[in-house]
Design a protein around this ligand. Structure first.
Ligand SMILES: [Zn+2]
Length: 119
């Protein structure tokens, strides 16, 4: 029966395509999960998945990496500005001697201290 053979071949192809698709879907599950979760290191997961996924260990590491989301690193907002804060020092109005802010009179000449901002 030639008809039966043709149908069988067709089925074989259908099965091959379906199973290949399922295999690829399963193979790239870590990358897909990473993509869905918006993982910050999606490229790293995809690379690991692609190149090491055929080793079962690589695939497991990739999927663990994809499902774990490490705490987003807090950007360092408070940058140390050094000793140049304007409140750190004030200048004497008379002689220009630099003193610590908070002092009212110059220790050198007794003149008034220009206190920036305050008061
Ligand atoms: Zn002074």
């Amino acid at each position: 029966m030639p008809d039966s053979t043709a149908a069988s071949t067709e089925h074989m192809w259908a099965f091959a395509i379906v199973w290949t698709s399922l295999f690829l879907l399963a193979y790239f599950t870590p990358t897909i999960i990473g993509k869905i979760r918006g993982h910050h290191n999606l490229l790293g997961i995809a690379m690991l998945n692609l190149f090491a996924g055929w080793t079962v260990v690589g695939w497991i590491i990739a999927i663990i990496w994809a499902v774990t989301r490490p705490a987003t690193p807090q950007p360092q907002v408070s940058v140390f500005t050094g000793q140049q804060s304007p409140e750190a020092s004030a200048a004497c109005l008379k002689c220009g001697f630099l003193v610590r802010s908070g002092m009212d009179f110059c220790p050198k000449c007794g003149g008034q201290i220009a206190t920036p901002g305050a008061r």
